[in-house]
Design a protein around this ligand. Structure first.
Ligand code: ADE
Length: 226
């Protein structure tokens, strides 16, 4: 997970214990526990020591995913977080999506043969149609980039693979999971409507706490049945 605010409801409902850093040089912080007989290792990206904010985005996501998979060899990698949704997909703030059937990058535009597809990524997700039905969740292609804002280039690329959930980590983590042949799924609660009227940063901050609560509830349900 990327932000402490997103993780807090899960940490407290699962009574996860803060273990601390896994590698003294890296900012990632580990919280650990057992839920319904399953070991849960929640690896948070930690804070930037220069700016004092959570490490969001693909660099920390890649590093954290590698650290966690190397250390724990998990049966499954779950990227839980918040994301932007789209009116054109019927999204509302508080909706929760499972990534399906792929996650992609929308800001790696490389207009060269084969590099174009490489940039988009197209990483597979654990099949989640039945999980979504059982948990009352939406399904959609999660699309990752390193900016909170949105531009026409991102929009056109997202359209090309039917991306409907915009985040900043999923595809980076999915890439590492694919390298390790570990099943991957993203669960994303919507904080803001990308093609709506309210400025994204305003809507994101307004809804972060409520969406994170919803994310926590649904992540627990997912952990229980997976
Ligand atoms: N996380 C929450 N809202 C987001 C958005 N609109 N874009 C990227 N990441 C987000």
């Amino acid at each position: 997970m990327a932000m402490l605010a997103e993780a807090k409801p899960i940490i407290s409902s699962l009574n996860l214990v803060k273990v601390g850093k896994v590698n003294k040089n890296l900012p990632m912080e580990l919280y650990s526990g057992v839920y319904k007989g399953k070991v849960v290792n929640l690896l948070l990206n930690g804070k930037c020591s220069t700016h004092g904010v959570d490490h969001i985005g693909t660099q920390a996501a890649t590093l954290g995913a590698h650290l966690g998979i190397e250390k724990f060899s998990p049966n499954m990698v779950i990227n839980a977080g918040t994301a932007g949704g789209f009116l054109h997909d019927g999204a509302s703030v508080g909706d929760v999506y499972l990534s399906h059937p792929i996650v992609c990058f929308h800001d790696r535009r490389i207009n060269l043969p084969n590099f174009k597809e490489y940039g988009i990524g197209n990483y597979p997700c654990y099949p989640s149609t039945n999980l979504a039905k059982e948990l009352g969740l939406k399904l959609g292609v999660v699309s990752t980039g390193n900016s909170l804002d949105f531009n026409t280039f991102d929009k056109n690329l997202m359209k090309s693979y039917n991306g409907v959930v915009k985040d900043m980590e999923a595809a980076a983590i999915a890439w590492v999971a694919q390298l390790y042949s570990t099943p991957f799924i993203a669960i994303k609660a919507i904080t803001d409507i990308v093609d709506g009227d309210i400025p994204t940063e305003e809507e994101f901050l307004l809804n972060l706490s409520e969406a994170s609560k919803k994310l926590g509830e649904k992540t627990l349900e997912l952990l229980a049945i997976i």
